[in-house]
Design a protein around this ligand. Structure first.
Ligand SMILES: [Fe+2]
Length: 308
């Protein structure tokens, strides 16, 4: 398996930055504040940030940050990618500082999605305080949670994320909405999922996992009473067995807020499963009724439409 340890951070641009304060703090009990540049920094553990929303003219994923364990793993990942023909850029110490990491490199997937690899992220020991009474969130060796990317070509995406990047496929789910592959790099069932929808590219959702099912229930109550749209009701996935619900964020993608997810402790013992509607399989054990909301502004046509 890859020497990438976990998904460390997500960077996104959006015209709606300030709206993240009530969304993240009041509904979900995360810790969100605005830095001197006007970006929202969102924490759910002792890392300096797990998600950063910077002001921008449209809703767009900027980068996914992949953590490596130390300097040697960082160098090994870069060497491995270069050996497989990936163009990896050694980023400047200034940009590494801005990301609050010790060193940073970047590369792109076949569709131009930017990925960053780093080690040594800034740490604020025992300082995380959820902005309302909550327990804690599952991070550590499982990283921040997971992200789901919509990609225009599943075959090409699988070749890149599995063959080149070295993620392992835990499950494939194909229930009529387009194929999804759930990819892991640590005991979390998936740190990244890719969802094949021809002609589209973007961020579908980010998942944050609480240690406590009751926190999910309380957040569900608060979200239903809030101005934000629930995009999928409470339910439990058949794949990662997560009990969760989805809310449309101020920036157009969804936040999945969940608990009680499957952990793959014995990596060698796991074999990939397939859930296929043609065979009568279901993607949900129960719930997760998706609502017909407007298309996500975080997902864009691919190839990009060129202005005439
Ligand atoms: Fe998810």
């Amino acid at each position: 398996m890859t020497r990438i340890h976990s998904l460390g951070y997500v960077g996104f641009q959006s015209p709606q930055v300030a709206e993240w304060l009530p969304f993240a703090n009041d509904v979900f009990g995360l810790e969100c504040d605005l830095d001197e540049s006007g970006a929202a920094q969102i924490r759910w553990d002792d890392r300096m940030y797990r998600m950063r929303i910077v002001p921008g003219e449209d809703d767009r994923l900027l980068y996914l940050g992949w953590e490596t364990g130390n300097r040697l793993d960082f160098a090994a990942v870069i060497e491995d990618l270069r050996g497989k023909g990936v163009e990896v850029v050694d980023e400047s110490p200034e940009l590494a500082d801005e990301r609050r990491v010790s060193a940073l490199a970047s590369f792109s997937d076949p569709f131009g999605v930017r990925h960053e690899v780093f080690y040594g992220q800034g740490h604020m020991d025992r300082t995380f305080r959820g902005q309302r009474a909550t327990s804690s969130f599952i991070t550590g060796d499982q990283g921040l949670g997971h992200a789901v990317l919509i990609v225009p070509d599943m075959e090409e995406a699988s070749r890149f994320y599995e063959d080149t990047l070295g993620f392992k496929c835990s499950d494939v789910v194909d229930v009529g909405l387009g194929p999804m592959a759930f990819l892991r790099c640590n005991p979390r069932h998936h740190s990244l999922a890719i969802w094949g929808i021809p002609g589209a590219l973007g961020l579908n959702h980010v998942m944050v996992e609480s240690t406590d099912i009751d926190d999910v229930g309380r957040a569900y109550d608060l979200a239903q009473r809030s101005e934000y749209e629930i995009s999928a009701s409470l339910g439990r996935h058949a794949g990662d067995e997560q009990l969760s619900f989805y809310t449309r964020t101020p920036s157009g993608f969804d936040l999945e807020f969940g608990a009680d997810s499957l952990v793959i402790d014995d990596d060698d013992a796991w074999t990939m499963r397939r859930l296929d509607r043609r065979w009568g399989n279901r993607s949900e054990i129960w719930g997760h009724q998706f609502r017909p909301l407007p298309p996500q502004s975080s997902v864009h046509p691919y190839p990009a439409e060129v202005a005439p």
